[in-house]
Design a protein around this ligand. Structure first.
Ligand SMILES: Cc1ncc(COP(=O)(O)O)c(C=O)c1O
Length: 561
């Protein structure tokens, strides 16, 4: 009898263990279905593969014909390159001299210099078209370098510049005057903080606010709060989305450690919703609405522009519907929905992405432009999620401090920004915003098509990316032609153009003319030489072969034959 009971118990336990294993296996499979097929969707694999990529570079001849272009085309490219190089050396002489000198001691500059174009071309390009990283002033929609050259600014200062540089200059000055009597006193607040809080609650539609020093920190705090209140471990981010450089939100290339408590799921996917419905360890879902422009892809940068596979297309309705479904699942599963509006907040609409897409989040992070030109990160959220301690367990706290949080000068510049949002002028600015920028993008595309240039832009309101329509290895050269035409880009090159909203039609016409002129010059110099045998896939395959050969036979310069 006793034996029978024991056997039964063992069977029972075995059955339960099997059921648990099957369940775990099912969850694993669900998770793996919810990953995007690309490397960006597989952070761990991407990191492992990245460690295997060998350095190699093209010699001078290959630099001009790495796509197998005939000698006459390579010669045209070389002549164009030398013309540009001579122009850089004379027109940007002082700016380049300062940049080169500074780069030796500024690690950030060394990094951005090296990753401006694909590494195979980088050293040769850098030597002859050195980066010019200094500017002396800004005015209207332009910036001026150390040689006195004025450029139309398409960098948008990483997205900070929404209202135009002159606005921020004034906001900082007016703000500084209002807090001058207090100076840099930290800890106690300047009274104008109360007005900031009231305005932030109004624009976000949320109950409480916390101030931080950068967008990265705001995201860290939002995730920490979500973990604290849900008592769950994992955050979900969508494939390719940037949320700052904190380890947990950057699980792939760029972070020396794996992020164990992060799931990277596919955007706009039923499988991802299934994971959210079935996992019990998800504390929050982070959404960077900018992904709507290039779903499941990392922020486009020219250093990865080895072919013409870059694609972008914004469908507001489809993305809005997705956010609504995500909202419903998060509500159903008590998962905290975090909108990371550090980039898009106040750029798409006065009430940010929540207003623009008609979806409410539980926590919202803001940054960039909200500081009125000074560094900032803000979390807005519901009461119960913002609380950092528990009434019934005094030692169980969610700690978050920061020496410079709520700095009077930052709060004052922010105050100027938020007050401006409440003016009729700002209301007018947001009216018809999308129409204005969509029409501008369309016009430019029509012109590029009419001129038979293999370039097109895609946009999400005032945030644009340049796409290339014909397979080519040399699209990254376009950034240099744009600079020569007086268009300033950030170090990611043509991957991201950010316009401030004070661009007038006349300003934009000038940008359009220069953009087309740059594309024509690039075309004439042969960089877009059309080889029917060349496809994006064949380019990728050739590069993979080069990498494997250099990995296996480094001593033979990658020549495995
Ligand atoms: C969506 C998003 N989140 C967070 C950050 C990080 O902000 P910061 O650079 O101020 O740390 C950025 C910066 O680009 C961002 O675009």
């Amino acid at each position: 009898m006793e034996w029978a009971t024991t056997t039964l118990a063992l069977y029972g336990m075995g059955g339960a263990a099997l059921a648990t294993s099957l369940m775990t296996l099912r969850r694993r499979l669900e998770l793996s279905h919810a990953k995007h097929a690309s490397l960006a969707g597989h952070a761990r694999t991407a990191r492992r593969l990245a460690a295997l990529v060998p350095f190699y570079e093209y010699d001078e001849a290959q630099f001009f014909n790495s796509d197998g272009a005939p000698a006459d085309v390579a010669a045209r490219r070389r002549a164009g390159f030398e013309r540009l190089s001579a122009l850089y050396a004379t027109r940007f002489a002082e700016t380049i001299r300062c940049s080169t000198e500074a780069a030796a001691s500024i690690s950030d500059l060394q990094f951005t210099d090296a990753y401006r174009v694909p590494f195979q071309y980088s050293r040769y390009a850098r030597a002859r078209l050195p980066s010019a990283a200094f500017v002396q002033s800004s005015n209207g929609v332009t910036v001026t370098d150390l040689d006195g050259n004025r450029f139309y600014d398409l960098t948008g200062s990483y997205g900070v510049n929404v209202l135009g540089y002159d606005f921020y200059k004034e906001a900082i000055e007016r703000g500084a005057a209002r807090v001058r009597a207090l100076g840099p006193v930290l800890g106690p607040y300047h009274p104008l903080i109360a007005e900031n809080v009231a305005m932030l609650k109004e624009v976000s539609g949320l109950d409480e606010v916390s101030f931080h020093m950068s967008g990265t920190e705001a995201v860290m705090q939002a995730v920490r709060l979500a973990r604290y209140h849900t008592r769950r471990t994992h955050l979900v981010r969508f494939c390719g989305a940037y949320h700052g450089w904190w380890g947990d939100v950057q699980p792939g290339i760029g972070n020396p450690l794996p992020a164990h408590e992060t799931y990277t799921l596919r955007d706009l996917s039923e499988d991802s919703l299934r994971v959210l419905r079935t996992r019990r360890d998800v504390a929050c879902v982070l959404v960077n609405p900018l992904q709507a422009l290039h779903l499941n892809a990392a922020a486009p940068g020219d250093s990865a522009l080895l072919d013409s596979a870059r694609r972008a297309h914004f469908d507001k309705e489809a993305y809005g519907n997705w956010l609504k479904r995500l909202r419903a699942v998060c509500t159903e599963q008590n998962i905290v929905l975090v909108f990371d509006e550090v980039f898009v907040g106040f750029r798409l609409a006065r009430g940010g992405a929540q207003e623009y897409f008609g979806v409410r989040a539980d926590l919202v992070t803001y940054g960039k432009t909200l500081g009125g030109g000074l560094p900032i990160g803000v979390v807005c959220g519901r009461h119960h999620l913002m609380k950092r301690f528990r009434g019934d367990r005094p030692a169980d706290i969610c700690f978050a401090r920061g020496t410079f949080n709520s700095h009077p000068y930052v709060m004052a510049a922010m105050n100027e920004f938020l007050r401006h949002l409440h003016t009729p002028q700002a209301e007018g600015l947001y009216r018809d915003l999308d129409r204005t920028w969509n029409e501008r993008a369309q016009r430019l595309n029509q012109r590029l098509r009419a001129e038979a240039l293999p370039v097109a832009v895609a946009n999400m309101s005032s945030i644009w990316t340049v796409c290339y329509e014909q397979p080519s290895r040399y699209n990254w050269m376009f950034q240099y032609y744009m600079r020569a035409e007086g268009l300033a880009l950030s170090w990611v090159g043509t991957g991201r153009l950010i316009f401030s909203l004070n661009y007038t039609d006349a300003d934009f016409d000038a940008v359009e003319d220069r953009f087309v002129a740059a594309a024509k010059a690039m075309e004439q110099d042969g960089w877009w030489w059309g080889n029917p045998a060349l496809t994006n896939r064949s380019i990728k395959r050739a590069i993979l072969k080069e990498m494997i050969a250099h990995r296996l036979f480094p001593e033979r310069g990658g020549n495995g034959h």
